[in-house]
Design a protein around this ligand. Structure first.
Ligand SMILES: *Cc1c(COP(=O)(O)O)cnc(C)c1O
Length: 358
């Protein structure tokens, strides 16, 4: 039985991912030296194609990390001397805040209750804050913050650095990159690759800040500092031995997605989300955890399952449909359904049908 992974990450592979890995193994990409011309071509192509696909301005850098969590740590290390501000509405945004504490910074936080969003228009950010950190799509609670509201906030505070976690909403989210200094994701969610690589999109201003910290004698870590990543990237290289095969496959998947068109992918995501929420709103056993439509995530749908009988995840798994458990303390009372480009409308309809039979 073919399994479909609706888990929020690792998730269902993009339909072409396997084929590209196979080709990469067959043609020796997996053993390619990262100091070779062939590698530099892959580096250059994946960054150029990503920039085109997501409409990232030319003067931004693309850095490769090991994961989204690494990107969180690098963002704090390279952009904060003391004060970051974190909008916390779940486990991933909390991790961002926690990371700043563990790195010896003095972060502040603005918290929203689980399942709710922020009122970003009516707040003022203290002068001392250097970096503002937001998680666009909180994967633990299924809350998606409207990106235009985040962008308005960034416009209001042009002197501050802004970091945006789009790990579980790329390529659905339309970001105006000019308003951000660090935007990051990892490849095992919306891009449908196996886990093992993160991507950071970084402004010149953020690199400058990082250099200023070094000048002041503040540690930015010894691994993956922005200045080193930048000087390597300028040569189409990475400081360390990178996951070359992942970079190659990401390049291929971006080409495939580009052929379909990002707008079509986004529209289809909207349609699948609409089908899922309409089902949840009309069903007695299941309900969407996020009630305010404004904050409902299109890419990770969190569902309350207290009224349903039996082990929902097991019942669906027996049909080949793998769904995520609730996050943390909601492990047994919620399920999480990923809605990524790898999931077809037909897959989602099948999932809805099986849920309706529970
Ligand atoms: C998954 C996730 C992360 C962590 O990414 P890893 O690649 O697993 O380290 C961070 N933020 C959000 C919103 C996520 O969904």
């Amino acid at each position: 039985m073919k399994k479909i992974f609706f888990t929020p990450g690792p998730a269902e592979l993009y339909p072409t991912t396997f084929k590209h890995f196979q080709k990469g193994f067959q043609t020796g990409v997996a053993s390619l030296s990262h100091r070779s011309r062939e590698f530099r071509e892959i580096f250059q192509e994946v960054t150029t194609d990503l920039k085109k696909f997501l409409q990232i301005p030319d003067d931004y850098y693309v850095f490769f990390t090991g994961s989204g969590t690494e990107a969180i740590e690098r963002t704090i290390q390279n952009c904060v001397e003391k004060y970051s501000l974190h909008f916390v509405n779940g486990a991933f945004s909390k991790r961002f805040y926690q990371s700043a504490i563990e790195l010896g910074k003095k972060p502040s936080l603005i918290e929203a209750t689980a399942g709710d969003g922020f009122d970003l228009q009516n707040l003022s950010i203290p002068k001392k804050i250097e970096l503002v950190c937001l998680t666009h799509n909180e994967s633990s609670t299924g809350v998606m913050t409207p990106v235009y509201e985040i962008e308005l906030l960034s416009k209001k505070y042009p002197e501050k650095l802004f970091a945006l976690d789009v790990v579980s909403s790329v390529p659905y989210v339309n970001v105006n990159y000019k308003l951000f200094d660090v935007v990051f994701f990892s490849v095992q969610k919306g891009f449908g690759l196996p886990a093992g690589m993160g991507v950071m999109i970084v402004s010149k201003r953020a690199v400058k800040k990082s250099k200023e910290l070094v000048k002041k004698g503040i540690s930015i870590g010894s691994y993956h500092g922005f200045p080193t990543l930048m000087s390597s990237a300028k040569k189409n290289e990475t400081p360390e031995t990178p996951p070359v095969l992942h970079m190659y496959v990401l390049k291929k998947v971006i080409k495939d997605m580009t052929k379909i068109g990002i707008e079509k992918i986004q529209k289809e995501t909207d349609l699948k989300a609409k089908l899922l929420y309409e089902f949840l709103d009309s069903n007695k056993k299941f309900s969407a955890f996020v009630t305010n439509p404004k904050f409902r995530s299109k890419t990770i749908i969190v569902v309350d399952i207290q009224k349903a009988k039996g082990d929902i995840r097991k019942i669906l798994a027996d049909k080949g449909l793998l769904i995520g458990s609730g996050y943390g303390k909601n492990k047994n009372t919620q399920i999480r359904i990923a809605n990524f480009p790898a999931h077809s409308v037909q897959d989602v309809k099948r999932l809805i049908k099986e849920l309706s039979l529970v």
